[in-house]
Design a protein around this ligand. Structure first.
Ligand code: FES
Ligand code: FES
Length: 155
């Protein structure tokens, strides 16, 4: 069964037709071509598919597209204004927190939600925000340092 849903993605209002069983991940990646949303496990375990829904990090593989009705979604494509990098992206590059990059959009969006709630997060809050996000490359410490550095630059 098909449904028409209204949502906003990266500031752009849209109406899209989706199948009942289509996930938000499939809608964003396959239908709308926001390929910065990564599919890792497809089962809620890795965090690669994380996007912000009304400012909260969600695993888009676990959410049906119809549940995004009347929400605002932010993907990594909508994070930076213009051609420059967002401060979190700059920080990840500076700290060497990006290797293959597959996990990076999920980590950065989760970090954005954290810094929006807690501009100067504690180490514990950073580690909790990183919880459930898997990275096969970096060993996590550089990601932790990148989030910490981005927080320390906030006023
Ligand atoms: S792809 Fe969604 S949590 Fe792994
Ligand atoms: S940078 Fe490769 S999985 Fe994290």
């Amino acid at each position: 069964m098909k449904h028409l849903i209204n949502l906003t993605v990266n500031g752009q209002k849209m109406t899209v037709e989706v199948e009942s069983q289509r996930t938000l991940l499939e809608l964003l990646r396959d239908q709308l071509s926001f390929t910065g949303v990564k599919e890792g496990c497809g089962d809620g375990e890795c965090g690669a598919c994380t996007v912000l829904m009304d400012g909260q990090p969600v695993r888009s593989c676990l959410i049906l597209a119809v549940e995004a009705q009347n929400t605002e979604i932010l993907t990594i494509e909508g994070l930076a204004a213009g051609d420059g990098l967002h401060p979190l992206q700059q920080s990840f590059v500076k700290e060497g927190a990006v290797q293959c990059g597959f996990c990076t959009p999920g980590f950065i969006l989760a970090a954005k939600a954290l810094l929006d709630r807690h501009p100067h997060p504690t180490d514990q809050q950073i580690r909790e925000a990183m919880g459930g996000h898997l990275c096969r490359c970096t060993g996590y410490e550089t990601i932790f340092l990148a989030i910490k550095a981005a927080g320390s630059k906030r006023r």
